[in-house]
Design a protein. Structure first.
Lengths: 165, 498
């Protein structure tokens, strides 16, 4: 089962697995998993309390009913945002860089990863402008130092120090 | 009246006015930055007030609170990132108006809406404090559950033609509030052995991920060039948007009453009132279909409602000593530190001080108005900053804001997770508003539901035998069912028009 990510509306309507049906399928799977997980929850020991299972059960029922409804409907209700394969690639790149930044911040603290990621993101967002290297570097250093001083010194809020330090 | 005049005389000192103005400015700035808030400013400044005169100290803290309630709309309008959960609904039309190049108009509408929401609500609180608080005390868990249910149902109901997606969105929000220890019985749920999940997910992680993270990621993915990203509108001076308000008199009154009414319910507050006012404005407007494209109605409703909650929140704080949220809890702590005990006897034994709190809130609202009027030429300069500098700086600031709010890296990882969720929701066409509202209300909703059943000794019909709760539930059910059946019911006026 392959789902193409960008296509015109008439094409979407005739395709067997349109986006709504994929969402419906995900919803049904989440609902079933949630229902199974809810069954394993302990009952409340408090007298008169309906227990912690009621709300998860309601959520599971909504996922199952609405998901099944979306799976069975013939046409796609409303189109969401379209992505080409190029857009997905760019999405993966920025997500990967920010994830690496958060991991690095967790390990070695705020300052160095922030300077690095600000420089990289500035370069990525200015790809068609050819901003000089020194400007991007200066921007990254200034923003990191300003954030550090505003949080650590002015507001006395701790920034990540890193697990290795 | 003599007490009221004495309160004004105390606050009229130049030092007090300067501190109120400074506090308000600080509140506006922190309120505009996601992850930071008025409660942070009060936490930082509270120890500094120990040596100050009590009246001046409390007046300054109140000004910070009023400023922070007001500042959230700036980020929502300029960048589409709400500074606080109370400005979530402002993003939809505020940011759309900015993208159309009408940033000055959007900010002017927001500024006036803030003032219209705050000042009358404080005056009403001042006059009717004892009456309204006695009504608030009578609200039980049945009514709280009914109100929360109605609010979520209303927001789902406005997801035109997308009822199933609206319900799924609300279910995701509710599900995420069930992670951690459950209310009432403290049963651990869906924690997968992680102690980090014991307290559930952080609200700031959700807001940053869903709005800031997903917006910046999707903008990069769309690959627009610098020219297309650059703000092209005119930045002008503040103007009074008389025409916009003349067309929205009903909207203003309705949103004000929603904000005031919800404001005095502990745990509900401006996070709920802004979305509920937006939902009602959209369903009640002739141009409901245009909501989300940058209509003034969509800024007026949430901004009047969330600021009217200020007056609402003062009522239980002063007359019952009950805080509505973290910020009012800190204000109560400030009062206690300065030797004032809030509660039913405060108005009797400290009449001047009580009036001083109301007057300080009005002074804070006036200061916020002046700062925002002057700032209207300054704030949008942010949009003139090149996006290759602006977006990376915002992203890092937001992630650092999440860390400083929770003081753990897990919340930052969660923000990335919510970024992914936001991107998927936008791809699947799932509306975000029901998710946000269900997330804000989930714990309160479940806690009150379980308490209500427990208090009624297992009688589920108690929800319908109490009139206020029954009205809320019937409206909520009708909001979900009506879109499904309205085309199948032959209504006489419909036949006439055909």
């Amino acid at each position: 089962m392959t789902v193409r990510l960008s296509r015109s509306l008439p094409e979407r309507q005739v395709c067997f697995m349109n986006r709504d049906r994929v969402t419906g399928l995900i919803s049904v799977v989440v609902g079933a998993a949630l229902a199974a997980a809810t069954l394993m929850l302990p009952a409340s020991t408090m007298r008169g309390d309906v227990g912690p299972k009621v709300f998860p059960s309601i959520c599971a029922a909504i996922f199952l009913i609405c998901g099944a409804g979306m799976l069975l409907q013939k046409t796609e209700a409303a189109a969401g945002k379209q992505y080409t394969s190029e857009a997905l690639k760019r999405l993966g790149i920025i997500a990967g860089i920010v994830l690496l930044y958060v991991i690095a911040m967790d390990l070695i603290g705020f300052m160095i990863p922030s300077i690095a990621v600000l420089f990289v993101l500035c370069t990525m967002f200015s790809e068609d402008l050819q901003i000089p290297l020194w400007k991007r570097l200066l921007f990254a250093v200034i923003v990191s130092v300003v954030i550090y001083y505003a949080f650590e010194k002015l507001m006395v809020l701790r920034l990540p120090r890193g697990r290795f330090f | 009246m003599a007490d009221f005049i004495s309160a004004i005389q105390i606050l009229a000192s130049p030092l007090c006015l300067v501190l109120c103005l400074g506090g308000c400015l600080l509140g506006i700035i922190l309120g505009a930055i996601p992850g930071l808030s008025g409660s942070l400013a009060i936490t930082i400044l509270l120890p500094m007030t120990f040596s100050m005169d009590s009246t001046i100290a409390i007046a300054m803290l109140i000004s910070i609170w009023v400023g922070s309630c007001s500042g959230g709309f700036i980020g929502a309008i300029l960048l589409g990132i709400p500074g606080t959960p109370s400005s979530v609904a402002t993003c939809y039309d505020g940011y759309a108006m900015t993208k159309k190049g009408e940033v000055t108009r959007a900010l002017s509408i927001g500024t006036v809406s803030n003032f219209i929401g705050t000042v009358p609500s404080i005056i009403i609180a001042m006059i009717a404090c004892p009456v309204i608080s006695s009504f608030a005390v009578k609200m039980g868990p049945w009514e709280y559950f009914g109100l929360g249910f109605m609010a979520i149902a209303m927001v789902i109901g406005i997801s035109k033609g997308q009822l199933k997606k609206g319900l799924i969105s609300a279910a995701i929000g509710l599900l995420l509030t069930q992670v951690g220890y459950s209310p009432v019985s403290s049963t651990p749920r869906f924690m997968f052995g992680s102690t980090q999940l014991a307290g559930g997910f952080n609200m700031i992680s959700v807001v940053v991920g869903l709005f800031a993270g997903s917006m910046i990621f999707m903008d990069y993915a769309s690959g627009g060039d610098a020219e297309s990203r650059q703000f092209k509108g005119e930045i002008g001076r503040f103007f009074f948007p008389a025409k916009d308000f003349a067309e929205n008199i009903v909207n203003v009154i309705r949103s004000f009453l929603i904000g005031l009414g919800i404001g005095f319910l502990p745990g509900m507050g401006s996070g709920l009132s802004n979305v509920m006012a937006y939902a009602l404005a959209k369903s009640g407007s002739k141009r409901g279909d245009e909501f989300g494209t940058g209509v003034p109605d969509g800024i007026i409703a949430p901004e009047v409602a969330n600021n009217a909650s200020v007056g609402g929140a003062i009522i239980p704080m002063i007359s019952l000593g009950i805080p509505g949220d973290t910020t009012t809890a800190l204000l109560l702590a400030g009062l206690t530190i300065h030797g004032i005990e809030a509660g039913p006897l405060m108005q009797k034994y400290e009449p001047v001080f009580t009036n001083m709190i109301f007057v300080a809130a009005i002074v804070g609202a006036v200061a916020a108005l002046l700062i925002e009027i002057v700032g209207i030429r300054v704030f949008p300069q942010l949009l003139k900053a090149p996006y290759h500098y602006l977006y990376p700086a915002i992203l890092i600031l937001c992630l650092v804001g999440v860390y400083s709010n929770s003081q753990n890296m897990f919340a930052v990882y969660c923000a990335l997770g919510f970024t992914a969720l936001g991107i998927w929701m936008s791809y699947a066409g799932i509306p975000q508003t029901p998710f946000i509202l269900a997330f804000v209300l989930g714990t309160t909703l479940e806690g009150n539901f379980r308490k209500a059943i427990s208090y009624a000794k297992g009688d589920w019909f108690a929800f319908f035998t109490r009139p206020v709760s029954c009205i809320f539930l019937v409206i909520g059910i009708a909001m979900i069912v009506w879109p499904l059946v309205k085309n199948k019911i032959p209504l006489p006026w419909k036949a006439k028009s055909e």
